[in-house]
Design a protein around this ligand. Sequence first.
Ligand code: PMP
Length: 283
Amino acid sequence: YLAYLNGEFAPLDQLKISVLDRGFLFGDGVYEMIPVYSRVVFRLDEHLSRLEQNLAAIGIPNPHSREAWRELVLSLVAQQTFDDQSIYLQVSRGPAFPRNHAFPAEVSPTVFIFADQLEAPATVLTEQGVSAVTATDVRWLRCNIKAISLLANVLAKQQAADAGVAETILLRDGLLIEGAASNIFIVKTGIIYAPAPSELMLTGITYDLLIELAGQYGLPLQLGDVTEAMLRQADEVWLTSSSKEILAIVLLDGQPVGNGQVGPIYKKMLGFYQEFKRTVMRR
Ligand code: PMP
């Protein structure tokens, strides 16, 4: 597991950062998780574009050009011993002393990237679906920023773990927002619905791709408020993320979703997604 830290490539367990790093002290940074299939980096430019927007949103000067980021990621991918990878890329504001909340005058960002082996979701999950629970979204109001300060997401995901289910779906003021680490789509009478992008949720790269695929293949899709009632009465509920791809949620808070089986629109969308992946890998 070769990793990268501030200009240096080394085995993951040998890299060290300062205890004064603001990523460590304040959770002051942003990140990306990028899947790699057969050494082809999936949607790299979309991930780098989101990274650039996130850096700008929190006022961390971007240390690299798009081309330099691309080369850095490709170089790390090329140096691994395995083909399917998940690339974790994090930029924190960097180390500073004394400890002050406001941005330090002199600080340079810490760039950390590592690759792990990526396991595609097991067939049993895509064929049988997964379970989820709901919880109140207690996060801040800038969830569009992919911040490394993930305490509320960690606690939400632990609720899922404690319940023995795959994901916690977050609700705010009676509306569906997203999962603890995923975006959520629902289907009702043949129409796909998802919350429109807002500051309350992360615009997932997978979420964007599903919207693109729905348009391309003519599946009706509407973005806008999805109420808790719509979620609970849905025929299908899906979660999406770069690592989980698309999974159907067939049991929500112990109640079957629709007929409790993986639905027909899910199967179509998963087919389109897998075909898209194959096309990218052939290029
Ligand atoms: N929302 C949250 C809170 C997430 O953590 C993630 C995945 N990291 C997503 C949505 C899905 O984003 P993506 O499709 O880019 O993986």
